[in-house]
Design a protein around this ligand. Structure first.
Ligand code: ATP
Length: 398
């Protein structure tokens, strides 16, 4: 086991495409780090450089205590698990798992012992004589995992290993990967575009946009304190609602955030947590509200927070909760600014424009809500949990 340290890592492909820029990351011994970002952000390129499958253009990669830039892939002592399982179709499960060990000419007894142990961990012991074509997708993926585990490498490198599985299996395998990684304690770099996978698996999550690292931290930190609109929009599902607004200060010195006819009073805690917000008094801001920080006012009553009025445009019952879509007026000019900003990268969709030039917000309500489509609603917003961003830069205002 070892740490993996990336310093100033960069990649420019032969055709001039820049895929990764000045990536600095220290993946600690035994840590599970998830690299996440939209398609084309450079995560696979970064992983392939660590694996030694892609040449490094700039910077260094250290695995353990040695710089491996010039070390061939097979000598880096890392094990890759790909999205396509890349199993040998003519070999049975046992031989597929044993393949790397046989190449290394380990004694037969030792190979037998290690394969059986790994098959036990992955619950494949009853399938050892089967060929891959006689296995389900989930079983194939476990064989691919087995092949990585059995080598006892210094690090696992996984590239979207679950994306070929159906939704239910993905959840099962996700839990299994988390358990195995914890049990084995092997340093792991895991690439995905799926924020749920990132949040549930990662000790820390690194968010990439166009080859540039935006933020790295524990999942909860990225959720609670995203550094910019891009991270805010990427982490959380459904994504954070964002809307153009103005920060106002009343004669009573109280701050409120206004969008056209409605406004939300801010509790003191927001200004304590975000002292820089005072500099935006009287100026436009981008307001972020997570769907889960809103609730049907009929259910929560007059607890802490503030109320928005609207009408339910669409109601989606999810079982565990209800997603309610409702329009609010926003200043068109600011909204345009927001649209331009958030469409950069194509991740945050501010929602379709309503008739009044507004934004459609999504609230995640309790299943006890009785809201129906077309109904007037009052929405309770947990104003202590609002997010604010600079409309020019998209950076969080702290
Ligand atoms: P995805 O989730 O779609 O796999 P990704 O985040 O893993 O995307 P990469 O595959 O690393 O992204 O690609 C990053 C950028 O580099 C993209 O713009 C891609 O088109 C480009 N790219 C990838 N491989 C090559 C190559 N061999 N030659 C030129 N450009 C490449």
């Amino acid at each position: 086991m070892s740490s993996v340290v990336l310093t100033g890592l960069g990649k420019v492909y032969g055709d001039g495409t820049r895929a990764v820029t000045d990536l600095n990351l220290e993946i600690r011994d035994g840590e599970f780090l998830v690299l996440v970002g939209p398609s084309g952000c450079g995560k696979t390129t970064a992983l392939r450089m660590i694996a030694g499958l892609e040449e490094v253009s700039e910077g260094t990669i250290e695995i353990g205590d040695r710089v491996v830039n010039e070390v061939p892939s097979r000598d880096r002592d890392v094990a890759m698990v790909f999205q396509s399982y890349a199993l040998y179709p003519h070999l049975n499960v046992f031989d597929n798992i044993a393949f790397g060990l046989s190449l290394r000419k380990l004694p037969k007894k030792e190979i037998e012992r290690r394969v059986r142990e790994v098959a036990g961990i992955l619950e494949l012991q009853d399938h050892l004589r089967r060929k891959p074509r006689h296995l389900s997708g989930g079983q194939r993926q476990r064989v691919a995992m087995g092949r990585a585990i059995v080598r006892e490498p210094q690090a696992f490198l996984m590239d979207e290993p679950l994306s070929n599985l159906d939704a239910k299996l993905r959840v099962q395998m996700r839990a299994q990967i988390a358990r195995i990684q914890r049990d084995l304690g092997v340093t792991t770099v895991y690439v995905t575009h799926d924020q749920t996978e990132a949040m549930t698996l990662g000790d820390r999550v690194a968010v990439l946009k166009r080859g540039i690292l935006q933020q790295v931290g524990p999942p909860q930190e990225l959720y609670d304190r995203p550094v910019n609109l891009f991270v805010a929009g990427f982490i959380g599902s459904p994504g954070m609602n964002v809307l153009g607004a103005t920060l106002e200060v009343g004669d009573d010195e109280r701050y409120r955030v206004r969008f056209c006819s409605q406004s939300l009073d801010l509790p003191d805690s927001v200004l304590r947590e975000r002292p820089a917000l005072r500099r935006y008094a009287g100026r436009p801001v981008v307001l972020g509200i997570r769907p889960e920080d809103m609730e049907d006012a009929e259910i929560v009553g007059a607890e802490q927070g503030a109320t928005l009025r609207s009408s339910a445009e669409l109601v989606e019952a999810m079982g565990s909760d209800v997603l309610v879509h409702f329009p609010v007026d926003t200043k068109p000019v600011t909204t345009d600014g927001v649209r331009e900003l958030v469409s950069d990268g194509g991740v945050v969709d501010p929602g379709p424009l309503g008739a009044a030039g507004g934004t459609v917000l999504v609230g995640r309500f309790s299943p006890r809500t009785r809201v129906f489509e077309g109904q007037s609603i009052e929405v309770r917003v947990d104003t202590a949990r609002l997010h604010f961003f600079d409309p020019e830069t998209g950076s969080s205002i702290w």
